[in-house]
Design a protein around this ligand. Structure first.
Ligand SMILES: [Zn+2]
Length: 336
């Protein structure tokens, strides 16, 4: 059955289409003439045999080639169109403005570039609903500063009517305690900025509890809630949607195997789940791949997928999501 897919957790840099990845790497002299695009992609797509350090190196490479407003605009433009053409009709894309700042580019300009790309893509794909989330970064790996995180909240408030739909806290969840970022969420609340928080991805159930207590209705990953029944109950009772990415969780060693992923257990306990790719370019996957492995390993039925998309659409921060909710409600009724 045809129904619109909803993807809310996708990092723009990690989702880069291969054609852009190779183009930028060639322009920057990283990809030499004697290497084909295919060989380059094969070398850089994440594999489950890579060490965490190697995986981090791939993220650094991506950030390195995305340091101009032209590329950020092109990436957002191409990515949104690609997602729409593959069946995703409601998407939230996220990126960290402070990761793209250099002598020529400010955080404001990085946001404006991404929004320009979004605007052009939506003009060509009017059936698509898409918003941008701005990521604050966990400070542990020197990927951000507290000052820039605070400014990220302010940017989200400033560009609220132009396509920015909220903020996120990303980076290595275990590098510094996520509890120390509470003042930033308080600040976001004071400015009317929505948020989702990476919590319970590599970190423990107590991080999920922290995210729930921040009052946000969305959590990035949240899978380690499974270790504490009380936290799972809270997710259900508070109506929190968790943004789950099965392959990503396996590649980043947050679960031992695909089969041991708690997605089915959490769903059966009544947790609302949104299915995502997280970093599809980097991991060599797409959303269909995630649906296929979830159907194969966890027996999700079409009805369950539609319901998951409906929960996701309701949990989205995007304006204009109502028409997607309507389509999904209709699809759910038609699906026996
Ligand atoms: Zn993520």
């Amino acid at each position: 059955m045809e129904y619109p897919k909803v993807e809310l957790h996708c990092h723009m840099d990690g989702a880069i289409p291969y054609r852009l990845f190779c183009k930028y790497c060639r322009e920057d002299g990283l990809l030499k003439e004697d290497t084909s695009d295919e060989q380059w992609i094969e070398k850089h797509v994440m594999k489950d045999t890579m060490t965490l350090t190697e995986c981090m190196g791939e993220f650094a490479l991506l950030t390195g080639i995305l340091q101009s407003s032209e590329r950020l605009e092109e990436l957002s433009y191409e990515l949104i169109k690609d997602m729409c053409d593959a069946g995703t009709k409601l998407a939230e894309l996220r990126f960290s403005p402070q990761s793209h700042v250099n002598e020529k580019l400010t955080m404001d300009e990085a946001v404006e570039a991404v929004l320009r790309g979004r605007k052009r893509a939506l003009a060509e794909r009017p059936e698509m609903v898409c918003g941008i989330l701005l990521c604050m970064m966990n400070l542990g790996l020197n990927l951000g500063t507290m000052e820039n995180n605070k400014y990220t909240v302010e940017l989200a408030a400033r560009y609220k009517d132009e396509g920015v739909v909220g903020i996120d806290l990303a980076g290595d969840e275990c590098a510094t305690p996520i509890q120390s970022y509470a003042p930033l969420f308080e600040y976001a609340r004071s400015l009317g900025v929505n948020y989702t928080i990476h919590a319970g991805e590599s970190g423990p159930a107590e991080n999920v509890a922290f995210a729930i207590h921040q009052g946000g209705k969305r959590i990035g990953h949240g899978i380690h809630s499974i270790e504490d029944e009380k936290v799972v109950d809270e997710l259900v009772n508070e109506g929190v949607l968790i943004e789950v990415s099965v392959t990503s969780n396996y590649f980043s060693r947050c679960v031992d195997s695909i089969a041991s992923h708690p997605i089915r257990k959490l769903w059966d306990k009544g947790v609302m789940i949104n299915i995502n790719t997280d970093d599809p370019g980097l991991m060599g996957i797409n959303l269909k791949h995630e649906y296929d492995i979830i159907a194969k390993n966890f027996g999700f039925s079409e009805r369950e997928f539609i319901l998951s998309n409906l929960y996701s659409a309701r949990g989205s921060f995007c304006k204009g999501k109502e028409r997607i909710i309507e389509k999904l409600t209709k699809a759910l009724k038609e699906c026996a």
